[in-house]
Ligand binder design. Structure first.
Ligand code: SIN
Ligand code: CO
Length: 384
């Protein structure tokens, strides 16, 4: 699915990570994929990440879900917002909203957060660390957008909410159903519902910080090095030095190389990163089918042309390596060659997918699909 009147190359060159952009309804036919009651239902579920932000006068309050059903009865008619994270993992029609944004690589996409706001509701002026596309689902919202912020920007004193103390709007956009507002990381914004039934879908991205990359990769390296007590500094060529207090240039070079040799291993890093980045957002959720499918039944379904869909909770990505491809799904690395390599590329590029008859006869392809199906990363399209 592609947007109308939206040029991807122009967007990437002029706006992505640079400046906000208001895109007037670019959908072929916009239809709000979720009703507020369904969203409220999700916010009451255990294991679904949700928040309720309420405001009275200048006081902001944050409550974390799961919420009790009765909580909704005590909310007034205005000034509150319900936010539910990763709704794409729960509702296929919400997951489908991501498809036109696939010009951004899979590994950069995080989730779809959905908010419902009563009249005047909002989460306050703030900035996010990540890019976001804010799709107006229903109702209207006034977005005020300000300048760039960073860790030095003054915040209001609050234990749970990071609201800007001195927000100054530079631009105002009114979003109507189907409109999209792109906000780059660090750009301050404040969205206020204009009237009831304001629903906003945030396509959120991820960008690892240098500190988490170093920290998490080192944890992984260390876990592998635990038994390597003998891998240690040595100086069989020790030379007489003038001052015993000096740590010689030679020693520092050698010590430093002990680290950089390990950390400079690009292949090892690439494999680690693919696995790390594909780790599920909620690893406690088990998506395996209740009954594993048998090869025969799988082949039969595929031969009948039943399409396979990716589990929206599974992150699919790959890295090319020599004549092979490393396929990363749910924290696992699967080495694929030949036909399995081509099906792995197809699965990463599109969902749902109908498997070609010729590939159904390839053992490599079928073994891969069977394994992914039984792990819960692939499933036959749910019938609507
Ligand atoms: C919202 O949907 O109300 C908040 C989204 C955001 O500002 O990031
Ligand atoms: Co935001």
């Amino acid at each position: 699915m592609h947007f109308k009147n939206f040029d991807i190359a122009t967007f990437l060159q002029g706006s992505w990570q640079k400046k906000p952009l208001h895109i007037k309804n670019p959908w072929a036919a916009w239809a709000n994929p979720l009703v507020p009651d369904e969203l409220a239902g999700l916010a009451c579920e255990e294991g679904v990440e949700s928040r309720l932000v309420t405001q009275s006068d200048a006081t902001w309050q944050l409550e974390h879900g799961p919420l009790a059903e009765e909580r909704f009865d005590s909310l007034g008619r205005s000034n509150w917002t319900l936010l539910v994270q990763a709704v794409d993992q729960q509702v296929p029609a919400v997951s489908a909203l991501i498809e036109p944004f696939r010009f951004i690589p899979n590994w950069r996409i995080d989730d779809v957060m959905v908010s419902f706001a009563a009249d005047q509701g909002g989460v306050g002026p703030h900035f996010d660390q990540y890019d976001v596309f804010l799709i107006q689902g229903a109702g209207k919202r006034r977005w005020q957008v300000g300048g760039h912020c960073d860790e030095n920007s003054a915040l209001l004193p609050h234990d749970d909410l990071r609201l800007l103390a001195n927000f100054e709007a530079e631009e105002t956009f009114i979003c109507e159903p189907g409109d999209i507002l792109y906000i780059p990381p660090g750009v301050s914004h404040d969205g206020i519902a204009m009237g009831d039934d304001c629903m906003t879908y945030s396509i959120g991205f991820r960008a690892p910080s240098r500190s988490e990359l170093i920290g998490d990769w080192c944890d992984d390296l260390l876990a592998d090095m635990q038994e390597q007590e003998d891998d240690r500094y040595g100086d069989p060529d020790l030379a007489i030095q003038e001052n015993p207090g000096e740590i010689s240039i030679n020693a520092v070079d050698r010590l430093h190389a002990m680290i950089t040799e390990k950390m400079g291993d690009r292949d090892n890093f690439a494999r680690w990163f693919g696995q790390y980045n594909s780790t599920p957002k909620y690893p406690q959720i088990d998506w395996q089918p209740e009954e594993p499918i048998e090869m025969e039944e799988l082949r039969e379904q595929l031969q009948q042309g039943v399409p396979l869909s990716r589990n929206p909770a599974s992150r699919f990505s790959f890295i090319r390596k020599d004549q092979q491809l490393l396929l990363f799904i749910d924290g696992q690395c699967i080495e694929c060659a030949g036909d399995a390599m081509s099906i792995a590329e197809t699965l990463c590029a599109q969902t749902p997918v109908t498997i070609d008859e010729a590939l159904i006869h390839s053992d490599g392809v079928m073994d891969l699909i069977l394994a992914l199906y039984n792990r819960g990363c692939l499933a036959f399209e749910p019938e609507d």
